[in-house]
Write a protein that binds this ligand. Sequence first.
Ligand SMILES: [Zn+2]
Length: 189
Amino acid sequence: MALVIINTLLKTWLDGIDFKSRQGKHIALSQIYLSLKNSFYTGRFEYPVNNGIWYAGKHEPLITQALFDEAQKKLATYPKSKWGAKQIIFKGLFRCGRCKSNMIGEERFRKRKVYEQRRHVYYHCARPLGGCKEPYIDEEKLIKQILRFINFMNIAHPGFLKLEVISKPLLSSPRKRGSIYIDSVSSTE
Ligand SMILES: [Zn+2]
């Protein structure tokens, strides 16, 4: 199941039971995404983030580690690629806001001491040497920005955006490409 679909279902459910933040507002999609990624609810936390050092909190866990791990798998499901093919989920979908060139996705693996190496995907303008100064963007940050945009559009223009999971071949259809697809790669499970 795709990332956005999970989040959207959660948001629909939370809004349905009128779940509100301390500020009395409904929870934003981007907040749901961040909450799902926050290990604090398992009783453990990493500090500083991504350095591999974990602490046991004094607070009572809300969820089990197993449930958290399961959620992480759902959040970042990259289909197992054959022959080491790269999975750049937004490949060919974006243009540089500054110079209108295509955005190129690149995959990097960063070594970590304890866990297996961590995969990063960055997007950047196709003409960095042609004088475009637009910086790289990390895929996770891009997803957060897109979620924020979707969230905004859902509030400001209800029903304007239509989210659907589609199979990869459909992406080549010009009609389909006019829309924004968050996780266009359907799960191969
Ligand atoms: Zn550019």
